[in-house]
Design a protein around this ligand. Structure first.
Ligand SMILES: [Zn+2]
Ligand SMILES: [Zn+2]
Length: 421
């Protein structure tokens, strides 16, 4: 059994009090949010011994929260907060006080047994297990101790799984609880059938989101996105802007996201896919005619998506399935680097650093959604990469696995996970 250190952090929120009334959407977007930088540097790269180590990064209550400048100093996990010059819009990437734990993955944990076409589930669970802020939060026991979910709780199930998986280095375990409750997470999934890993990940995150909310908060409300641990880690916000070509009136719509789903049929790289995703689209009449709120008539318009709030952990889905024909795969190489700068794709000009580093990649080998095989690659805290293929876990050589992730052989990445460190 591994040695592990668990330091309980100070409580930041009074969980027993009644939830406040949900704020209006306008107030949420214009509100100033302070992030608390971790007081201790994230010293996760030392110490041999155990499979992982957990520590609190905010050992004492912060009495005077410091707003982070654009350079994001003060934390091993780069927390950033920024504001447009006119103060009306807000962009941030930060480590929420509730997530002020650090975890070090010194070694890779358990492999996962395939319980009958469950490689899609195994790969998703493995990617989530090595998502540092999520694993650290789960290992802190904070959710488990306050869980009020009746029946199956996805967050508790993942917590139990992660805890076991991280302690069973060199062995394998059967994720029976998650497999037997598959339909609590994805209602249209069938046991023993190969399913879409990305769909499972989205449904699982959604389910975890619902399980971590205080009672009485609707899961699709601004207040829920603000309070949810899942949104604090993976959540960002997209802005969809339509500009009238006649009067220049701009209509903005904001939508929360947990991952970005990108078309890849015309993109050879992740950067290109993001450029297409945020490109201006001309609405020039016909079915795509736009009714301007100010002109009160159908007009020509320009539509553009941009990332209005960057997530802390960035999950990107490359749409390899079902774009042309349902179930059929786009089997091509999509290039991406070990790091990504999100800056060109955000709403506002931004001085800070929006650099993300790759830590998990989910790969699909084969020709369609319901066939083929899923496996994944994850990075430990010391920068070692492992291939996790059901019960097998193997250390990989970066150059080689990188080619495999991009699709040199076997079919390439479907989900790409990146974090600030
Ligand atoms: Zn729970
Ligand atoms: Zn107009």
């Amino acid at each position: 059994m591994m040695a592990e250190t668990l330091i309980t952090p100070n409580s930041h929120a009074d969980e027993s009090s009644d939830p406040p009334a949900p704020p209006s959407i306008e107030s949420l977007f214009s509100r100033k949010v302070d992030f608390h930088p971790a007081k201790k540097p994230f010293s996760g790269f030392s110490n041999g011994g155990g499979g992982f180590r957990l520590e609190t990064l905010n050992p004492t209550t912060i009495s005077a929260p410091r707003r982070l400048g654009a350079s994001g100093q003060g934390s091993g996990q780069s927390g950033l907060a920024g504001k447009k010059p006119d103060g009306s819009e807000f962009l941030d990437v930060g480590l929420d006080p509730e997530l002020s734990f650090g975890i070090t993955f010194r070694r890779i944990g358990a492999g996962l047994e395939n319980l009958g076409n469950t490689c899609f589930l195994n790969s998703v669970i493995q990617c989530l297990t090595y998502t540092e802020p999520l694993a650290a939060y789960l290992q802190s026991g904070k959710h488990q101790n306050s869980c009020r979910t009746a029946g199956f709780c996805a967050l508790c199930a993942i917590q139990k799984h992660v805890s076991r998986a991280l302690q069973l280095t060199g062995r394998s375990l059967a994720p029976k609880d998650l497999v037997s409750n598959l339909r609590c997470i994805s209602r249209n999934f069938r046991n023993a059938r190969q399913e879409d890993a990305h769909e499972y990940m989205v449904n699982l995150l959604e389910s975890m989101h619902k399980c971590c909310l205080p009672a009485g908060i609707p899961s699709e409300s601004p207040s829920a996105y603000e309070k949810s641990l899942v949104h604090k880690i993976f959540g960002g916000r997209l802005r969809s802007q339509v500009k009238c070509m006649q009067c220049s009136f701009c209509s903005n719509k904001f939508d929360p996201f947990l991952d970005l789903s990108l078309e890849i049929n015309k993109a050879e790289s992740l950067h290109k896919a993001l450029m297409h995703f945020t490109a201006k689209e001309y609405l020039d009449g016909g079915e795509r005619q736009y009714q301007c709120q100010r002109c009160k008539q159908k007009v020509k318009a320009l539509k553009q998506l941009s990332i209005h709030k960057a997530p802390y952990v960035l999950a990107i889905h490359l749409k390899r399935f079902g774009t042309y024909q349902p179930g059929q795969k786009i089997d091509k190489k999509v290039l991406f680097g070990p790091t990504l700068d999100l800056k060109p794709f955000v709403t506002a000009p931004y001085d800070g650093d929006l650099k993300y580093t790759l830590y998990g990649v989910l790969v699909h080998a084969g020709w369609s959604t319901h066939s083929g095989h899923y496996y994944c690659f994850v990075r430990t805290s010391s920068g070692m990469w492992y291939s996790l293929d059901d019960h097998q876990g193997q250390e990989g050589i970066w150059r080689e696995i990188y080619r495999e992730m991009e699709g040199e052989k076997n079919g390439g990445a479907t989900c790409i996970m990146m974090s600030p460190n």
